[in-house]
Design a protein around this ligand. Structure first.
Ligand code: HEM
Length: 455
C-alpha cells in the first residue's frame, strides 16, 4: 500500500490477550449489523487502520480482517506464516472460545483439506480435485437445467416468485447432493442439517452432529456399493483417505459450495434485472452473462469474508503488530475494492478475473469451473424460460442478508408473464423431487467413469 499505517491494534493491547486489542475492534456481527452498509464499513476501516483492521467476528472472538489485495495474496500464499490449522489459534488454545460460540462449527478443526497445511493438505486436495475433475460438464449442465425447469414449473402459474426462496436457495444444494451421490430423501435431510450447521446459532452443534450421522451412512453405503459420484471417488482415491477424512471433506464441499452458489445465482439475477448496462447490452451483444457473473465476483463476492488463517509467529503485517496465534480473516470483498488495484473509476475492467472471490494460493477454491457452470446454467434457464421477467419491488427494497461472512440477498421478488417451459417440465412433487418424471435427477453420466481419469 502507498501510505504508512499506524499500528492501531498494538497500543492498547493486553499482554496476555490473544487477538487484536478490544478497544479498537469493529464488530462484524449482531442485530445492528447492516448488510447494506458493509461496503461502506470496509472503506471506513481501511481509512482508519489501513489494509489490516481489528474486528470481532462473534462475542469475544477478535480477529484481523485482511482487506489489502497484496496483503491477502500474502496471507493465502505463505502457509509458513499463516496456518490453516485452527489448533494454532491462541483464543482456542487458551480455552477462551465458548463451547457454544456460533463461530465454532465454521472454524473448529476437522480432518479436512480446509484445515490442513503442507503435505497433509496436498494429499487431501489431490483427492478432492481429482474427484471434481471427473464431473462431466455437459451432463452437469443438462441435469441443472432439468432441475431448474422443474423448479420454475412449480411457481410458473403464479406469475410472481421470490427467486431466492423459490429458486436459488434450492438448486445448488440439490445439485451438490446429486454430485456426492446422495439420494433424494437423504438429500432433503442433509439440506436441513447443513443449513443448521452454518446458521451460526446455538442449534449449530446439534445440526452438525446430524449432518455427520447422515454422511457416515452415505460412506458406508458407497464402500459396499460404489457409484459414479464424488463420495465413491474419494473413497477409492490412491490418497487413501480414512472414512473420517472422507466425511469431513464432504462437509467442507457442502458448506463451501452451497450458500456461495446460492448467492452467486441470486446476485447475478439481480444485476441482470436492474443494471441498465446489462439490460441493454445483453440484447445488443456487448456484455454477456459471463460478464455479469464476473462483476458479481468483483463487487459482491458470495463470501465477503472467509475464515481463517492463524499467525504462526509474531510479525508486522499490513501495518499491524500481529501475534502468534491471532486469527486473520480473508476480507475478500474489501480486497476486491482495494483502490491499489482498481482503475481510477473504481469499476473492474471487463474480462479481468484477478478478483479474490475464490481465494488464492494453495487453498483456492477447487470447484470454480463446476460452480460457474451451475450458476450460469441456473441464470440462463431462468432468462430463457421467463423471458419477460422483471423485478417485483423497487430495487431500493432489496436487502443484503446480515452476515459477517456471506454476501447474499434475503429475497428477490419478481413477476413475469407467460413462461416458455419445455414439454414435460413438471413441478416437483416435493422439495426432493426435482427431475422431470421418468428420469433420475442425477444420472450416473453426470460423473465421468473413473477409467477416463488417469490417477
Ligand atoms: C460447487 C460449488 C463449490 C464447491 C464444491 C466448493 C468447494 C470448495 C472447497 C473444497 C474448498 C477448500 C479448498 C482447500 O482448502 O484447499 C473451497 C474453498 C473456497 N471456495 Fe469453494 N466451492 C464451491 C463454490 C464456491 C463459490 C461459488 C465460491 C465463491 C464465488 C467459492 C469460494 C471459495 C473460497 C473463497 C474458498 C477459500 C479459499 C481459501 O481459503 O483461500 N466456492 N471451496
Amino acid at each position: 500500500m502507498s501510505t504508512p499505517h499506524p499500528p492501531a491494534g498494538s497500543a492498547a493491547r493486553c499482554p496476555w490477550s490473544a487477538g487484536p486489542s478490544a478497544s479498537s475492534t469493529t464488530p462484524l456481527y449482531g442485530p445492528e449489523l447492516d448488510g447494506d452498509r458493509m461496503t461502506l464499513l470496509y472503506e471506513e476501516m481501511r481509512a482508519e487502520h489501513g489494509p489490516v483492521a481489528p474486528v470481532s467476528m462473534a462475542p469475544g472472538i477478535d480477529a484481523w480482517l485482511v482487506m489489502g489485495h497484496r496483503e491477502l495474496l500474502r496471507l493465502t500464499r505463505e502457509e509458513g506464516d499463516f496456518s490453516h490449522d485452527p489448533r494454532h489459534w491462541g483464543l482456542l488454545r487458551e480455552g477462551r472460545v465458548p463451547a457454544d460460540s456460533p463461530i465454532l462449527p465454521m472454524v473448529g478443526w476437522r480432518p479436512a483439506l480446509l484445515f490442513a497445511d503442507g503435505q497433509q493438505h496436498r494429499r487431501m486436495r489431490a483427492a478432492v480435485s481429482d474427484a471434481l475433475a471427473r464431473i462431466n460438464g455437459h451432463e452437469l449442465r443438462r441435469s441443472v437445467r432439468a432441475a431448474a425447469e422443474g423448479l420454475i414449473a412449480s411457481f410458473a402459474g403464479r406469475g410472481e416468485a421470490d427467486l431466492v426462496a423459490d429458486y436459488a436457495r434450492t438448486l445448488p444444494m440439490r445439485v451438490i447432493s446429486g454430485l456426492l451421490g446422495v439420494d433424494d430423501r437423504t438429500g432433503r435431510e442433509l439440506v436441513e442439517a447443513v443449513a443448521g450447521t452454518v446458521s451460526a446459532t446455538s442449534g449449530s452443534a446439534d445440526a452438525s452432529r446430524r449432518m455427520g450421522a447422515i454422511l457416515y451412512g452415505l460412506i458406508k453405503e458407497k464402500r459396499s456399493e460404489p457409484g459414479e459420484d464424488i463420495t465413491s471417488a474419494l473413497l477409492k482415491h490412491p490418497a487413501e483417505l480414512t472414512d473420517e477424512e472422507v466425511l469431513h471433506n464432504l462437509v467442507v464441499m457442502f458448506v463451501a459450495g452451497n450458500q456461495t452458489t446460492v448467492n452467486w445465482i441470486a446476485t447475478t439475477l439481480r444485476i441482470l434485472l436492474t443494471d441498465p448496462a446489462f439490460r441493454s447490452s445483453l440484447a445488443g451483444g456487448h456484455l454477456s452473462v459471463d460478464d455479469a457473473l464476473d462483476l458479481v465476483l468483483w463487487r459482491f463476492p458470495p463470501t465477503q469474508n472467509f475464515p481463517a488463517r492463524y499467525a504462526t509467529r509474531d510479525m508486522r503485517f499490513g501495518g499491524q503488530d500481529v501475534r502468534a496465534g491471532d486469527m486473520l480473516v480473508l476480507g475478500l470483498a474489501a480486497a476486491n475494492a482495494d483502490p491499489e488495484i482498481l482503475p481510477a473509476d473504481g469499476v473492474p475492467v471487463v474480462g479481468n478475473r484477478s478478483h479474490l472471490a475464490f481465494g488464492a494460493g494453495p487453498h483456492t477454491c477447487p470447484a470454480q469451473d463446476p460452480a460457474r457452470l451451475i450458476t450460469r446454467t441456473a441464470v440462463d434457464t431462468i432468462r430463457h424460460r421467463l423471458p419477460d421477467l422483471e423485478l417485483g419491488v423497487p430495487e431500493t427494497e432489496l436487502e443484503w442478508i446480515k452476515s459477517p461472512w456471506s454476501k447474499g440477498l434475503g429475497a428477490l421478488p419478481v413477476r413475469f408473464g407467460r413462461p416458455q417451459l419445455p414439454q414435460g417440465a413438471v413441478p416437483p412433487q416435493s422439495a426432493g423431487d426435482l427431475a422431470p418424471p421418468g428420469t433420475a435427477p442425477w444420472s450416473a453420466s453426470t460423473f465421468r467413469p473413473s477409467s477416463t481419469v488417469p490417477y
